[in-house]
Design a protein around this ligand. Sequence first.
Ligand SMILES: Cc1ncc(COP(=O)(O)O)c(C=O)c1O
Length: 460
Amino acid sequence: MALTNLQVRDLETVLHPYTNQATIRDTGTLVLERAKGIYVYDVDGKPYIEGMSGLWCTALGYGNEELAQTAYEQMKKLSFTHLFGGKSHDPAIELAEKLKEKAPVPISKVFFVCSGSEANDSQVKMVWYMNNALGRPQKKKIISRIKGYHGVTIASASLTGLPANHTDFDLPISGILHTSCPHHYRFAHEGETEEEFATRCAQDLEDMILREGPETVAAFIAEPVMGAGGVIVPPAGYFEKIMAVCQRYDVYMIADEVICGFGRLGEWFGSSALGYKPHSISVAKALTSAYMPVGAVMIPEEMYQATIIESKKIGTFGHGFTYSGHPVGAAVALKTLEIYERDRIIEKSAAKTPQFQAHLKALADHPLVGEARGMGLVGALEMVAHKPTKKAFEPKAGIGAYATMVAQEEGLIIRNLGDSLAVCPPLIITPEEIDDLFDRLARTLDRTLDKVKAEGLLGA
Ligand SMILES: Cc1ncc(COP(=O)(O)O)c(C=O)c1O
């Protein structure tokens, strides 16, 4: 298919993040122009259900007048001031108060950033800083998990447990370790129950801490439900067992709530939905429903006290971004949280969970689907070549990418994480729209199955 003028100009100028730079030269990009509700429209006016909330972030959907108005008003009133060296402003103060009020664990202060990667990079730096302040400079290693996703800056990409984020980027940096991934379907032994598998994952963590020396291990970071690693819901009892290990060795626990925060799993925070209590929390994405790039690190009192100790020693807390607590972003985040509360968005999205999950689980019967998994309003279908043996397709067959393209033709935007198809619609999706989304997804699977059969890849 010939590329349009916009597509050609795009390829000549834009280096696209997370994109196969070779194949995109043939396929071109999907150029979007406008959006409303759960729909985005391309330059030809074709509508698509945004089944991924952009990148797991547009919880309130598109075209929200209140958020647009809030940004406009704040831009007119005070378009910018920073929080460095004793400056502050009303929206940042109110937003920090609101986040503290909503937090599932006692939070002392809120440090503002512009993205999930910045939040997790800040977590790493602050853990190192805290342990220096506390006089234990050897306690610095941080453990994350294989298939965890925490961002792409140098420290956060190191925390991420996916090969594409490390290979030839010379990552991970030293002192960052990856323990086992709690994906029962892929990593449980033959006949191992979820409970036994969860016990083994916790044992793996304990073994790693003991091998490294508990006096050298500072923190453990985890998403409540893994997102970009494939939408992996941990087995029952997993976090309870992990938390016990962290407590035993005085390991600081960080919840990366960048996807799960603000209702994705049916509660304000995913860690509460999964029953664990972290020391600190990273948030971003749905904090503003992606109307502005805002994130935050919510820290406990012991971390705050460390910044005072170090400030007395060094003269300042030497960390912060120009746009930390940007007033327009803060105002939009505050309005977003107000809408979540006022319109009971999180309670209402939780009520839609059974319908969403039932649709998802029904697709487990499809000949291509090895596992249908999910929680709240997020899920994934893992496509396999042979269901009984869980045999995966060869990555070079590109089945996941093919299905994503077919879904696009069906007017549905999804994301393939390898051969797992992720869905994560805006929380405002209606029951009728959920039915429509899954109709399109089922057609996508059928058409993908046709190709797989035609190429003799099924059961191979
Ligand atoms: C759990 C999690 N943490 C961190 C990040 C990184 O966020 P950003 O892309 O805003 O840097 C993401 C992004 O998808 C994420 O899903």
